[in-house]
Write a protein that binds this ligand. Structure first.
Ligand SMILES: [Fe+2]
Ligand SMILES: [Fe+2]
Length: 442
């Protein structure tokens, strides 16, 4: 019994006791405290009926207030839990850097918050998922278990079993952000705010007609259907996830624009020397191929692609007389030419989107034996991307015309690279590169 109720009853009983009008009755109707119970029908109760009825009503009011308090506390607790879940989910999603990471993290968080059995992504970014066969169905823009769940076979079987209904659901979600349907026998389609399948459309706020796809969350027949509160939680998280995706896409557009500007700058640099025209694009392509052969992931390959394009951008600060000199450079001229990696680094350093290409760009003229520049780094102290870039750079320089000599044959270039393996270049990478070039000519 709560303290105010107890206090009030004590007071009333004391009053009744003083007037000798009331004796506590046996415990028959079960109020919380046995000492304070009384029964209106019982004989020993000599309290006037009106007083007894008033006390009973007061007690009932207290009980009702207590029960609605409990209900309110329960609702507050559950709202707090939902807010907490939403907060930690969106914090994780907001830290994602790529669309693929957002989709995987968002699906994982919603799936966990809503205790879902299967999850499926349908939409334009299915290509972002480099997943094993069976987990992606490229023909239908489908990804099974984007949350990283392992129940792939069951998810696929579920989809195939209900394919036509699910496809209709996905299409019908286009005019609403969120939709629920049921597939279990006791849970009919569009069942009053409850269903086993929750469909959340990831709407872009950028343009009216664009969207980032649809997420399906499914519970098994043994689980209870999703209710309206869960549907709202899922919809809020999907909305926040879509906003993060919008931001990534906007940042990507900005990044592309700055990279385009820099690419034009590269072309302008190469135009200073007719012999180096197209050099950066070829180095970029060769470096990416060698990188893939070495097992680098997509992000690293993308980094190599830009490092290849931009490695000589610092030549914009090298005198034309040195760049296109037909004969041998003097020691002084060579020292001037040797400043170009550092100059490339300085040009690119302020561009936030290009931070990851800086090590490769700065160190593409280091030598494996430590005799290179600008820092004289040795062996594996030279970043792997720089060692890869160097090999692509040397190959292209050897096999294309230069102001000081004509292009070498691939065979001659191969011999030179063999000879340089272990001194100027990483021997393992030279071997891998020459094997790659050999396979292509056969
Ligand atoms: Fe260079
Ligand atoms: Fe180069």
């Amino acid at each position: 019994m709560n303290p105010p109720k107890e206090k009030l009853l004590q007071h009333l009983l004391e009053l009744a006791g003083e007037n000798n009008e009331f004796l506590p009755a046996p415990n028959k109707i079960g109020f919380t405290s046995p000492d304070l119970n009384f029964d209106l029908d019982s004989e020993p109760c000599r309290m006037p009926d009106t007083l007894a009825i008033s006390i009973t009503k007061i007690i009932q009011m207290f009980d009702q207030a207590e029960s609605s308090n409990r209900q309110l506390t329960q609702e507050l607790l559950s709202s707090y839990e939902q807010l907490n879940t939403a907060f930690s989910a969106i914090t994780n999603v907001a830290h994602c850097k790529t669309i693929r990471q957002v989709l995987a993290s968002l699906t994982f968080e919603i799936s966990r918050a809503l205790n879902s059995r299967y999850d499926i992504y349908v939409g334009p970014f299915e290509g972002e998922f480099s997943l094993p066969p069976g987990q992606v169905d490229p023909g239908k823009n489908l990804v099974f278990c984007p949350s990283g769940g392992t129940d792939i076979d069951n998810t696929r079987n579920f989809y195939l079993q209900y394919e036509s209904q699910l496809q209709i659901l996905i299409q019908n979600t286009s005019d609403r952000q969120v939709k629920l349907i049921g597939y279990a026998p006791d849970c009919n389609s569009d069942y009053e705010g409850k269903g086993n399948v929750l469909s959340l459309r990831l709407i872009s706020r950028e343009e009216n007609d664009t969207h980032h796809g649809t997420l399906l969350f499914i519970r098994s027949e043994q689980q209870s259907p999703y209710d309206a509160a869960e549907m709202n939680l899922g919809a809020s998280l999907a909305q926040m996830g879509s906003a993060v995706m919008d931001n990534i896409i906007s940042a990507q557009k900005l990044q592309d624009a700055s990279i385009q500007t820099i690419t034009s700058l590269v072309k302008a640099t190469e135009a200073k020397d007719a012999y180096t025209s197209g050099h950066s694009a070829r180095v970029s392509e060769l470096a990416c191929r060698l990188g893939r052969r070495q097992g680098l992931d997509n992000d690293q390959i993308k980094m190599l692609q830009w490092a290849g394009m931009l490695h000589d951008i610092g030549k914009i600060g090298i005198k034309d007389s040195v760049l296109s000199k037909p004969g041998k450079l003097t020691a002084e001229e060579f020292d001037h030419l040797k400043t170009h990696p550092q100059k490339s680094y300085q040009v690119l350093q302020p561009v936030r989107a290009l931070q990851n290409v800086l090590p490769a760009v700065k160190h593409h003229h280091e030598h494996f034996d430590g005799s290179g520049y600008p820092d004289g780094l040795k062996g594996e102290k030279i970043p792997l991307a720089a060692r890869i870039l160097q090999i692509a750079d040397v190959w292209d320089a050897l096999t294309s015309n230069r102001s000081y000599r004509t292009a070498m044959s691939p065979e001659k270039a191969r011999q030179i690279m063999h000879a340089e393996a272990g001194t100027t270049m990483d021997p393992d990478l030279v071997k891998s590169f020459l094997d790659m070039m050999k396979q292509e000519t056969h």
